[in-house]
Design a protein around this ligand. Sequence first.
Ligand code: NAD
Length: 498
Amino acid sequence: MRDIAHFVNGQAFDGASGRFGDVFNPNTGEVQARVQFATDGEIDAAVQAAAKAQVGWAATNPQRRARVMFEFKRLIERDMNSLAEILSSEHGKVIADSKGDIQRGLEVIEFACGIPHILKGEYTEGAGPGIDVYSMRQPLGVCAGITPFNFPAMIPMWMFGIAIAVGNSFILKPSEKDPTVPLKLAELMMEAGAPEGVLNVIHGDKSAVDAILTHPLIRAVSFVGSSDIAHYVYQTGTAHGKRVQAMGGAKNHGLVLPDADLDQVVKDLSGAAFGSAGERCMALPVVVPVGKKTADELRERLVAEIDTLKVGISTDTAAHYGPVVSAQHRAKIADYIQIGVDEGAELVVDGRDFSLQGFEKGFFIGPSLFDGVKKGMKTYQEEIFGPVLQMVRAESFEEAIALPSEHQYGNGVAIFTRNGRAAREFAARVNVGMVGINVPIPVPVAYHTFGGWKRSAFGDTNQHGVEGVKFYTKVKTVTARWPEGDVEDSAFVIPTMK
Ligand code: NAD
């Protein structure tokens, strides 16, 4: 059995905990490797290496740091195919989708290539007599990232791409379910010229997360995963004096107004609800048609569209989506479908019996569609994170906008309409962090920022963009005085600008 080691101080590092996690191939259901889980002592060694490396890295001028990011981008583009194959083999998403996962992370690296410009501080000449004021953004020291299984390339790059470009060193604790691509990214950062110790990868479960959250040298922790754990990470990390941003789960709604282009809506909903087997925090698992006519027509078209979907192994270029990540997750999705039936929703398409010939042990599940889903239902309130689309019918725009606004999650939301005024009002009023107007998966581009509201994110700063730079830096403001002439009297009152 292949063992997956940690990566510390520029090289593979074999841990000695004797604890491992299984890494499956979701297409076949087989265990393909086991990943080592780090001890607290091993995590401490990684943090010490990172702290040592950070001093020289922070003193490296920003343009040189940017050159490493440029080279890293080139290397990822060079290795795109092999990275995507590895990603698909551990996650289960189809190869084209794995390339998208890598590409969206790469866009943050492209943003980080401009870091010398972004890091420029503010300057006020002549704030008082002979007084100038300027500010600078300085790195924090050692930062850490804890990432989920569903974007093993993009989310690590959201985090370390910015953290390292601004002069920090980084400890990455990727998901134990698909740890190989994050490791490859660290190797490529070294090949790109990052000094040893600037990016370290340690594997583990809750115990590793706790060691990170309580380590005195780690200044900031970025987390992405499910909401209960995000909340725990936020509370524990901040209680230990760290800056924490913790992104959680989601239940994104797509509102369909009567004037929407239903042909386009059906295509958009199908990709956003079932793509990547629904394992996206920006998936669209809830559709809210406004008015009976819209709902009936949409339902009919959705059923026909679902019939055309092909579920296949992740290397099948004709497949729309592949298996889910684990047998346990497959069972959880199937359980939610049963709960939906039991609580009275109408299961229009049932994907539970799907099995792929030749891959019967793979973690496949077909697409499911519910109609008649109501606000109070458990399956509406909770995140299913699978290929299940739930239709909640609304009578009016007001009823429809209240649904995402009042939901416990507030990650993303979309509206489909030709009415600019309705869309504008929706964007302004809806109580959700990221809004799409005729865009089903409104993941903002890298130079804007990513972050949900309510139980979808704990902490005040978003991922990437200028917010990401703020998260990984602290501001220092310098007030400088170069007096001319006579000695001035002592001042015993707070100085003010006269
Ligand atoms: P998860 O919460 O199970 O795991 C996330 C990370 O936390 C992993 O690194 C894992 O090892 C660690 N972890 C697991 N159990 C822990 C515990 N008890 N204590 C501390 N740490 C623990 O999430 P997942 O299943 O890997 O990913 C799917 C979830 O992530 C979904 O809820 C999805 O919506 C969410 N997600 C959110 C965003 C976002 O930006 N809001 C993006 C992607 C995924």
